[in-house]
Design a protein around this ligand. Sequence first.
Ligand code: 5GP
Ligand code: ZN
Length: 112
Amino acid sequence: MSDCLFCKIIAGEIPSSRVYEDELCYAFYDIDPQAPTHFLVIPKEHIGSCGEIGPENAAVVGHIFQVISRLAGELGMESFRVVSNCGEQAGQSVHHLHFHVLAGRDMTWPPG
Ligand code: 5GP
Ligand code: ZN
């Protein structure tokens, strides 16, 4: 999608600090980290949010969670949180599906 920030990051039009990449997804550090380790994992295919996941695109979500699990092991993250904000009230500011992966500090529950 031409006016999507994360599609531009995937295309390399906007620089980012890459954590991992394969044919289906891209992981990069958040520009405004909310924990000592905070990266985002996004599908390369443009999906607006969790609210747009259906039979036609659900496989990439399972793939992303496998990638998160592998990266957590490689980065030595024993405890971490995965968050996906869906919609304005939940705090979604970029309308391309993304999973925040946060680690390295105590997390509150319920989240604020
Ligand atoms: P949301 O608020 O939609 O759940 O998460 C969007 C995230 O994208 C935010 O945590 C924000 O800091 C991050 N972000 C916004 N613009 C950029 C950018 O240009 N580069 C990177 N690396 N992260 C960004
Ligand atoms: Zn996009």
